[in-house]
Design a protein around this ligand. Structure first.
Ligand SMILES: *[C@@H]1O[C@H](CO)[C@@H](O)[C@H](O)[C@H]1NC(C)=O
Ligand SMILES: *[C@@H]1O[C@H](CO)[C@@H](O)[C@H](O)[C@H]1NC(C)=O
Ligand SMILES: *[C@@H]1O[C@H](CO)[C@@H](O)[C@H](O)[C@H]1NC(C)=O
Ligand SMILES: *[C@@H]1O[C@H](CO)[C@@H](O)[C@H](O)[C@H]1NC(C)=O
Ligand SMILES: *[C@@H]1O[C@H](CO)[C@@H](O)[C@H](O)[C@H]1NC(C)=O
Length: 413
């Protein structure tokens, strides 16, 4: 199963890479040793607690270790609304250092060295990079950025503009007309990203949040949560698997064309690889959620499960809950951003622009997914849907009946 997964994934990535990054992969075709070298380079700053704190013996242990800094990992899968939820933290303001999908670089590098990549190592690599990033160490991530940064400067940081903190004045190096600037900031004109400046800014911030759709299994994160230098909270975001499929079909239409054909035929071969893949990803999410809710000692009080639909129904309330859970003060900037972006306004706001409200937007998929496909999802993702409190529908009429809620009221935490 995992191998199939990897192969399909590699093919997709390979196609993307061949299209976009032709020159860079050929030079980076590595060997096992290359990856091992990368792994051995993973390092975190080893802080000397005794030395770095002024009066160590007077501080209580927790303060000594974390100094009140909070670290939020927003763990999700694609098309679950994670960009929007990440934005709730990105918009916090001054004291927040937010990163949007930094592991994109890592995944791409692993795919480019596909013939030597053991995908079983990927979760550990992802975790170690997150670990370093939470400690404001960008050097391990640098090893995965293509083309390799020069003197810690790169114009190719993935979606830099999605992190307000990477476009702050202090991180914004002067614009050089000769440098090809692929990722510019929205708020100001910045030169290529100087990762030393980014790390300095990171160290100066009290709170840190990272959004990632690349962490699949919660259990792989244990060492991160056990590091006394960090105070990590995991927010796992889930969504109705029927909605995810509908959304992926719309967003990645060429990859999902088979689903469209099946919908037209009215028949879905349930042992098809695509269907098994859907089942696999549902099972993976469920297994993480089960682990989170079972509250093992290393996660106690550090795990929150959130359904996207609940956020869409009341973004303000849910944002407040997530901030409270993370023990980060809910800022007025974040509040204003939510007000502005979840209600209809004339200006096109990035998330729910054309809709009356976010909840309606979150339910739109009910009119786009053919009932046959909804049924297949219910079949292969049944246990997952039950655990998360998503109701089954037995006919098309109910699927498109907006007065019929597909969500059970459920408290998880
Ligand atoms: C303590 O830290 C300072 C820098 O903060 C450094 O200059 C000094 O050498 C350190 N002392 C010891 C004993 O490590
Ligand atoms: C940390 O600093 C203290 C002095 O402040 C020093 O005695 C100790 O050896 C240092 N520890 C490490 C691991 O560097
Ligand atoms: C990046 O920032 C650091 C810290 O300010 C600076 O020392 C370095 O020269 C900068 N790098 C480049 C290439 O401008
Ligand atoms: C959004 O729309 C849904 C259904 O149309 C409704 O139940 C909900 O109260 C609305 N929310 C807001 C904030 O207007
Ligand atoms: C839609 O659902 C509501 C609530 O379950 C139900 O009362 C109503 O009869 C349904 N409408 C149709 C047309 O099925």
């Amino acid at each position: 199963m995992k191998i199939k997964y990897g192969i399909i994934f590699i093919c997709i990535i390979a196609v993307l890479l061949i299209e976009k990054e032709n020159e860079s992969i050929t030079t980076q075709k590595g060997s096992l040793t290359f990856l091992q070298v990368l792994l051995s380079k993973l390092s975190y700053p080893k802080w000397n607690y005794t030395n770095s704190s002024e009066e160590p013996e007077k501080e209580d242990q927790k303060d000594l270790e974390t100094r009140g800094h909070k670290h939020v990992l927003l763990m999700a899968s694609t098309r679950t609304g994670s960009s929007f939820v990440g934005e709730l933290f990105n918009q916090h303001g001054e004291g927040m250092f937010y990163l949007f999908e930094p592991l994109w670089h890592v995944e791409r590098m692993l795919a480019s060295t596909a013939e030597t990549t053991n995908w079983r190592d990927a979760p550990g690599i992802f975790r170690d990079i997150l670990h370093a990033l939470f400690l404001c160490d960008f050097s391990s991530l640098e090893n995965f950025i293509l083309p390799p940064p020069k003197d810690h400067v790169t114009p190719d940081f993935f979606r830099r503009e999605s992190s307000l903190s990477l476009c702050e004045e202090s991180v914004c190096s002067p614009v050089d007309k000769d440098v090809f600037q692929r990722y510019r900031c929205k708020t100001r004109r910045c030169g290529p990203l100087n990762l030393t400046l980014a790390a300095q800014s990171c160290l100066s911030k009290k709170h840190h949040a990272i959004k990632s759709v690349r962490v699949r299994l919660l259990e792989t994160l244990q060492p991160l949560l056990e590091d006394p230098r960090l105070d990590v909270r995991v927010i796992q975001l889930v969504r109705d698997p029927r909605a995810i499929l509908a959304s992926r079909m719309a967003a990645f239409s060429s990859q999902y064309h088979m689903w469209k054909n099946w919908a037209q035929d009215g028949q879905v071969p349930e042992d098809d690889e695509e269907v098994m893949r859907l089942k696999g990803s549902c099972d993976e999410v469920r297994s993480s959620v089960e682990m989170g809710l079972s509250q093992p000692a290393w996660l106690r009080g550090r795990y929150m499960l959130v359904r996207y639909e609940d956020i869409a129904l009341d973004p303000m309330q849910k944002a407040e809950e997530m901030y409270k859970f993370a023990e980060i003060p809910f800022s007025s900037q974040a509040r204003e951003w939510i007000l502005k972006n979840t209600h209809a306004t004339e200006e096109a706001s990035s998330y729910f622009s054309t809709q009356k409200n976010s909840s309606e937007q979150a339910e739109k998929w009910r009119f786009s997914i053919p009932f046959t496909l909804a049924q297949v999802v219910q079949k292969v993702c049944g246990p997952t849907m039950q655990l998360f409190g998503y109701k089954f529908v037995n006919d098309e009429k109910t699927l498109i009946n907006k007065s019929f809620s597909l969500r059970e009221d459920k408290q998880f935490n």
